[in-house]
Design a protein around this ligand. Structure first.
Ligand SMILES: CC(C)(COP(=O)(O)OP(=O)(O)OC[C@H]1O[C@@H](n2cnc3c(N)ncnc32)[C@H](O)[C@@H]1OP(=O)(O)O)[C@@H](O)C(=O)NCCC(=O)NCCS
Length: 173
């Protein structure tokens, strides 16, 4: 994995040493309005990040790519992640500290990750599953060229009630 420059942001391959800074980011209750929950402790997060440094799922079939997002003041403000599967498919997710919402920084970070996935990981199909009420996330994806997947794809991806699958096909530039 490489460091990615994304405008004013830097995306750094996530390592265990990022846990201290990311624990502060991930303790922000606003980011759990629609799903998930904060890490139970710093030790838990450090162990989790150490495990993720393998960059692979336990069965070795998926690449798990995680980058933390840094602003020029050197603060960490969130992460972007991709699960790269076979046949050029990847699922993406992202979280940004609420103090930084609404400044296009989420879009900037996700767009830079997508470029990296297309250029260096042979990704062609991109997916994201989100809660239907998560309008900020939906807007971010729409602005990046994602659209709601066809009903049969929603079924294949085991999308749960209240969730929506968004997808985008990408061309190598
Ligand atoms: C989703 C998330 C990363 C967006 O970050 P962000 O930096 O605010 O994103 P951006 O500023 O790049 O784009 C947000 C878009 O939503 C729009 N928006 C903001 N509030 C909105 C609202 N209440 N309803 C609809 N759209 C809204 C913004 O105007 C912007 O659209 P625009 O580019 O057309 O102006 C951030 O809200 C987050 O971390 N949320 C919690 C975690 C999460 O939900 N992750 C995604 C799981 S799928």
């Amino acid at each position: 994995m490489r460091v990615i420059e994304a405008g004013s942001l830097t995306l750094e391959p996530q390592i265990a040493a990022h846990a201290d800074g990311m624990f502060v980011v991930l303790s922000d209750p606003a980011i759990y309005e629609y799903e998930n929950e904060p890490p139970p402790s710093l030790e838990w997060l450090r162990a989790r990040f150490a495990k993720l440094e393998t960059r692979r799922s336990a069965d070795g079939h998926e690449q798990w790519l995680n980058w933390v997002i840094r602003v020029p003041t050197s603060e960490l403000i969130g992460y972007v992640q991709a699960t790269v599967r076979g046949e050029g498919r990847a699922a993406i997710a992202y979280v940004l500290s609420s103090a930084y919402w609404g400044r296009n920084l989420g879009r900037q970070a996700v767009e830079a990750m997508i470029c990296e996935l297309v250029e260096h990981y042979e990704v062609r199909s991109l997916y994201a599953v989100l809660k239907r009420e998560n309008l900020r996330s939906m807007r971010l994806l729409e602005r990046l060229g994602f659209s709601v997947a066809a009903p049969e794809q929603q079924l294949t991806h085991q999308v749960e009630p209240g969730e929506v699958l968004m997808r985008r096909e990408s061309q190598k530039t």
